[in-house]
Design a protein around this ligand. Structure first.
Ligand SMILES: [Zn+2]
Ligand SMILES: [Zn+2]
Length: 246
């Protein structure tokens, strides 16, 4: 019976041709892959003994015995640790773009599953609840969904942990972080998030995991972590799909 499955896959692939989720290259009719060989080589490569920032988890370049990246050394980061899944390379950027701006919501499955694998590998500490950053109202109405909420729900389901939906809200509609220079990003999010009143009791004395898609400076996650801690959260960790280089 098993013998027939590859043939069945091939028929499905001929009827519904599929492309690499990272670079959109057409994939072969054979096999059951969603990533081309080139992307697999580039995106999944792991180097032994690579130094990572103890706070944000990004690769630390250069020489010396630095334990944190220049970004985390320069800024006051409020989360305890971050667990990135991939580096923000071209293919990863393309996937995120499709998931975020082109309504390709089916990509949630891949984003979440890759993140779960990375979290298992890294050994994320015990936590009680998941939260995700809110988007501006105009973005939400334009897009119709908040992609990080979809990811948080799928990850929460996998680990059987509760997602505090809508727990983090915006106090004002600030300009998009992507329009800001690195130096401006911490200023742009200052005081922009708060914990919704009905969740405040719940998070007291608890450990929280923030789920996000991309981390550049970590300003958003840090600001949310700071708010959670102000409301009594003990530790705040971050799981993020992609982190930019140092
Ligand atoms: Zn590819
Ligand atoms: Zn760092």
């Amino acid at each position: 019976m098993n013998r027939n499955i590859p043939f069945f896959n091939m028929i499905i692939n001929i009827l519904f041709p599929h492309n690499c989720i990272f670079c959109d290259r057409k994939l072969s009719f054979f096999g059951n892959e969603y990533c081309c060989d080139k992307c697999r080589e580039k995106i999944f490569k792991t180097k032994e003994n690579e130094s990572k920032c103890l706070i944000c988890g990004r690769k630390i370049g250069g020489y010396g015995n630095n334990k944190v990246c220049t970004n985390c050394a320069k800024n006051n980061i409020h989360f305890d640790a971050s667990y990135p899944c991939f580096e923000y390379s071209e293919g990863v950027r393309n996937l995120i773009h499709k998931f975020k701006f082109r309504k390709q919501m089916f990509l949630n499955k891949y984003v979440s599953d890759y993140m779960i694998e990375a979290m298992d590998r890294a050994g994320v500490p015990e936590y009680d609840f998941l939260v995700y950053p809110p988007v501006n109202l105009s973005t939400f109405f334009e897009r119709g969904y908040n992609q990080t909420r979809l990811v948080a729900v799928r990850i929460g389901k996998h680990y059987k942990k509760k997602v505090l939906k809508g727990a983090i809200v915006k106090t004002r509609q600030n300009p998009k972080q992507s329009l800001m220079t690195k130096g401006m990003r911490f200023i742009n999010v200052k005081g922009v998030f708060k914990v919704k009143r009905k969740f405040r009791k719940l998070i007291k004395g608890k450990n929280i995991l923030i789920v996000d898609d991309v981390m550049t400076t970590g300003a958003t996650a840090s600001e949310i972590a700071g708010e959670l801690k102000k409301n009594g959260a003990l530790s705040v960790y971050v799981a993020v799909f992609a982190v930019s280089g140092e």
